[in-house]
Design a protein around this ligand. Structure first.
Ligand SMILES: O=c1ccn([C@H]2C[C@H](O)[C@@H](CO)O2)c(=O)[nH]1
Ligand SMILES: [Zn+2]
Length: 131
C-alpha cells in the first residue's frame, strides 16, 4: 500500500473516533509488514485519563492479533498543521518499530509531513535497555 492510500485509511479510521469530551477526532492507519492495515481512532472516557489515542488503538489492535512488524503509520486530525503524536504514542512506536520507520503526519487540509519514529523520540528508552 502506498503513502496516499495509507493516509486515506487514517481518515476512515478518524470517522470512528469516540470523542464526546474533546470533540477532537484523530485517526491512524498502521501498515504491517505483511501488507495488512490496522486502523485506530481515539476513544475517550468519562474518566478522562482512560482515553486511548488513535495511534495506540492501531498498535494494540495489531499486537493483540499477533502482528508486531510494521512498515509505516499515517496519523490525521483536523489541525492547522500536520498532527503530531503524543509522548505515550511515541513510546509505543519506539517499542515496536525500527527508528527509521516512516511516520506520516497529516491533516484534513492535505498537509503531509514525513518523519520517522527515531526523529519523533530520539534517545528512546527501548527493549534494548532491559537486556
Ligand atoms: O497522539 C495523540 C494525541 C491526542 N489524541 C487524542 C486523545 C484525546 O481524545 C484527544 C485530545 O487530546 O486527542 C490522539 O488520539 N493521539
Ligand atoms: Zn497519543
Amino acid at each position: 500500500m502506498d503513502k496516499n492510500s495509507l493516509i486515506e485509511q487514517s481518515k476512515i479510521a478518524r470517522e470512528k473516533a469516540y470523542v464526546p469530551y474533546s470533540n477532537f477526532q484523530v485517526g491512524a492507519a498502521l501498515l504491517a509488514e505483511d501488507g495488512s492495515v490496522y486502523r485506530g481512532c481515539n476513544i475517550e472516557n468519562a474518566g478522562y485519563s482512560m482515553t486511548n489515542c488513535a495511534e495506540r488503538t492501531a498498535f494494540f489492535k495489531a499486537v493483540s492479533e499477533g502482528v508486531k512488524k510494521f512498515k509505516a503509520i499515517a496519523i490525521v486530525a483536523d489541525t492547522d498543521g500536520p498532527c503530531a503524536p503524543c509522548g505515550a504514542c511515541r513510546q509505543v512506536m519506539a517499542e515496536f518499530c525500527d527508528p527509521t520507520m516512516p511516520v506520516y503526519l497529516t491533516n484534513l487540509k492535505g498537509a503531509v509531513q514525513e518523519t520517522t519514529v527515531g526523529e519523533l523520540l530520539p534517545f528512546a528508552f527501548s527493549p534494548e535497555d532491559l537486556k
